[in-house]
Design a protein around this ligand. Structure first.
Ligand code: FAD
Ligand code: UDP
Length: 385
């Protein structure tokens, strides 16, 4: 097996972007390894055998960005549909639009308030905390939208997602909670939005489709029985590592905390279960946070009219062996991360990137944007080293 100019650990969007840049801009020969049996990382999707519906294996993925460079870059690999994400939430058996907007407010208060009247009402209801500095998510939520809306739509949903009382969560989690005083209920504010027209996997495979990119699946960087393992390549071959940073250093500074999700998939003999792609469940009594019905991501496709598939999503703390999805970022996590960053800076011929390699929640466009910056600023030196 020829030695590559660059070894990339992880075939998610970060690793794929680095691979494509290394080959196209530097003429490098690249090997990508991934311990999973497919490429694409968490953005991977597959066709449900029973219905043909495209399922996002690791949770619903919606592409959106305001970064023109990223938008132009990704459109080199796929077309996008005109899908615009909208979310609804079920509170006590009644469905409301999310994020909180004039439609949500008027439905909740059974009113027909104008934007100014709604603003005045929310300001009055948020008044109980006037003049105080919110110390936790609970106080921050009440000060942003008032207690009634906060308790209906945010408090219990957030509690379920984080498995923590919002009084014990930092205010920062919802400091930019969107509240719109119009009837606009688009979920994202970004300039560009859509879903890959031929599906995520076709897009991701196209990024790796180059004679100088060799993808080796079911290959773990820490498995010493395969040639591209850490001990064999460390300091010898340039590496871009996108796996968990704490694992790279054998957890020497402690483990970083993550949340994971469980998806419970069910097939149903109805053509349409909920009429929309994502329905949140705001109440504490419902154990899942939301139900995804993937057929609605592609209304343009010819899916069966008598069957559908749904996924109930449950959120919990990750244990060892679980997929790490969302960094918890507690105070102690942040201290641990600083210790790992110092080790990473001293690591010979290895760059750390992506969601797991930097312990950061990154949307897809952020992972791609950050890989493009790494390619601009660091790749030439790494390949020369
Ligand atoms: P990943 O996709 O996680 O790829 C890392 C890869 O490294 C994985 O394939 C893994 O198998 C591999 N790896 C790890 N360790 C090893 C090892 N030891 N050896 C070999 N390979 C290894 N973004 C959006 O823009 N919109 C959304 O709607 C959205 N929804 C999301 C929903 C969920 C539930 C989650 C978890 C994420 C969501 N994201 C969304 C974020 C999106 O998944 C990330 O932006 C993207 O996955 C980042 O790519 P990455 O390459 O950094 O990481
Ligand atoms: N949120 C909420 N109620 C909702 C939707 C969101 O309270 O119906 C809050 C919650 O704290 C959540 C945050 O907003 O953690 C971000 O929500 P989003 O669904 O965008 O998070 P995702 O799980 O998709 O990252």
């Amino acid at each position: 097996m020829a030695t590559p100019d660059l070894l990339i650990v992880g075939s998610g969007l970060f690793g794929l972007t680095i691979a494509e840049r290394a080959v196209t801009q530097h003429g490098a020969k690249v090997t990508i390894i991934d311990r999973r049996d497919h490429l694409g990382g968490n953005a991977y999707s597959e066709r449900d055998e029973a219905t043909g519906i495209e399922i996002h294996k690791y949770g619903a993925h919606l592409f959106h960005t305001s970064n023109t460079r990223v938008w132009e870059y990704v459109r080199g690999f796929t077309d996008f549909t005109g899908y615009q994400h909208k979310v609804y939430t079920n509170h006590r058996g009644v469905v409301f639009p999310m994020p909180i907007n004039l439609g949500t407010i008027n439905q909740f208060f059974q009113s027909a308030l104008t934007p100014d009247q709604a603003r005045a009402l929310v300001a009055e209801q948020a008044g109980e905390l006037a003049g105080t500095d919110p110390e936790n998510l609970d106080e921050k939520g009440i000060s942003l939208i008032g207690r009634p809306l906060y308790e209906a739509f945010i408090k219990n949903y957030t509690g379920k997602q984080w498995q923590t009382d919002p009084k014990d969560l930092p205010a920062s989690i919802i400091s930019r909670l969107p509240v719109r005083y119009t009837y606009d209920n688009r979920y994202f504010n970004d300039t560009y939005e859509g879903l890959p027209a031929q599906g995520y996997t076709a897009w991701l495979e196209r990024m790796a489709d180059h004679p100088s990119i060799d993808v080796q699946l079911s290959t773990d960087f820490f498995d010493e029985s395969q040639p591209w393992n850490k001990e064999a390549v460390r300091g010898r071959i340039p590496v871009v590592y996108t796996g968990p940073i704490d694992r790279y250093f054998d957890f020497s500074e402690g483990t970083l905390g993550w949340r994971t999700i469980d998806l419970e998939t069910e097939h149903l003999d109805v053509g349409d279960f909920q009429g929309t792609s994502v329905m949140n469940y705001a109440d504490a009594e419902v154990p899942y946070t939301r139900i995804i019905e993937p057929r609605h991501f592609h209304p343009e496709r010819d899916y069966p009219r008598d069957r559908t598939v749904i996924q109930r999503e449950y959120s919990r703390f990750a244990q060892s062996g679980d997929e790490p999805y969302y960094p918890i970022n507690s105070t102690s996590d942040r201290e641990t991360l600083l210790a790992y960053r110092a080790l990473a800076d001293a690591e010979p011929r290895t760059l750390f990137g992506g969601r797991l390699g930097t312990y950061q929640y990154l949307d897809m466009h952020m992972a791609i944007g950050s890989a493009l910056s790494m390619a601009d600023n660091k790749l030439a030196d790494l390949l020369r080293a």
